[in-house]
Design a protein around this ligand. Structure first.
Ligand SMILES: CC(C)(COP(=O)(O)OP(=O)(O)OC[C@H]1O[C@@H](n2cnc3c(N)ncnc32)[C@H](O)[C@@H]1OP(=O)(O)O)[C@@H](O)C(=O)NCCC(=O)NCCS
Length: 212
């Protein structure tokens, strides 16, 4: 019996290695009014390398190297396919023309399945158009709708990161406390604010919209 289970598990792993898309069965393509969120792929490498090579982005996220090269972008795409980065990583693209705008995703939180932590960045030419708020709202909807075990979504942003704090407020997150996290590009620890969106708050916000 145990041998059968082991064999089945091994064959599943083999299938997933041959078909990396199978690992993303919990990461459906997401659509919003102006955006398509889908898995990053090789065609995105040039755009990722171009947009991510920006100190203003690297110093606001925890693990992005700076300078950021085409090799970094190729590694990133490869590792997302292997499931080595995060739980679900999405390319944020414009629905109209397919242009790559940035990335968002769910971090791996192996110890506690009741929490999903999200991260995001957008290329500077696309800032200030509401794209990230739109992307994070569909990402959150997907998390709460498809993962019953998740009770709250967390996010951390640097104390100095006004635009990111604003995105979190617009998505219904509430401040929970201060903290410190390591930043690769800064080369040390930075002060952050910890935000949380509880499932019950999300449900209330969704039903509030429907009552208008
Ligand atoms: C944070 C980031 C993702 C926001 O992307 P975006 O698509 O421009 O965000 P949105 O347009 O949805 O919302 C931005 C909000 O911040 C506001 N904002 C922008 N600059 C601001 C500033 N200096 N002070 C206060 N608010 C500011 C905008 O006015 C907007 O709010 P509004 O809709 O109420 O006017 C983008 O700036 C980015 O990638 N920054 C670098 C990486 C990063 O910070 N990632 C998040 C790590 S936690």
């Amino acid at each position: 019996m145990q041998r059968d289970l082991l064999r089945e598990s091994q064959s599943r792993l083999d299938r997933e290695r041959l078909r990396p898309d199978l690992q993303r069965r919990d990461c459906p393509v997401l659509l919003s009014q102006r955006l398509v969120l889908r898995a990053p792929h090789e065609d995105d490498i040039d755009a990722i390398a171009h947009l991510a090579n920006n100190e203003k982005i690297a110093t606001m996220v925890s693990r992005m190297p700076h300078p950021y090269t085409k090799t970094d972008a190729a590694n990133f795409v490869e590792r997302t396919k292997e499931g080595a980065i995060g739980n679900c990583v999405y390319a944020i693209t414009r629905a109209d023309d397919g242009e790559f705008l940035g990335c968002c995703g769910i971090e791996n939180m192996p110890d506690d399945e009741s929490v999903a932590e999200i991260g995001y960045w957008l290329g500077e030419p696309h800032w200030g158009k509401g794209y990230t708020t739109e992307a994070i709202q569909v990402l959150i909807d997907m998390i709460f709708r498809t993962r019953n075990e998740v009770d709250h979504v967390d996010a951390r942003c640097r104390v100095v990161n006004e635009p990111s704090r604003r995105v979190l407020h617009k998505c219904g997150f509430q401040f929970r406390g201060p903290g410190m996290i390591a930043s690769l590009a800064v080369g040390g620890s930075v002060a952050v604010e910890w935000y949380r969106l509880e499932r019950r708050t999300w449900m209330s916000l969704k039903s509030w919209g429907g009552q208008r």
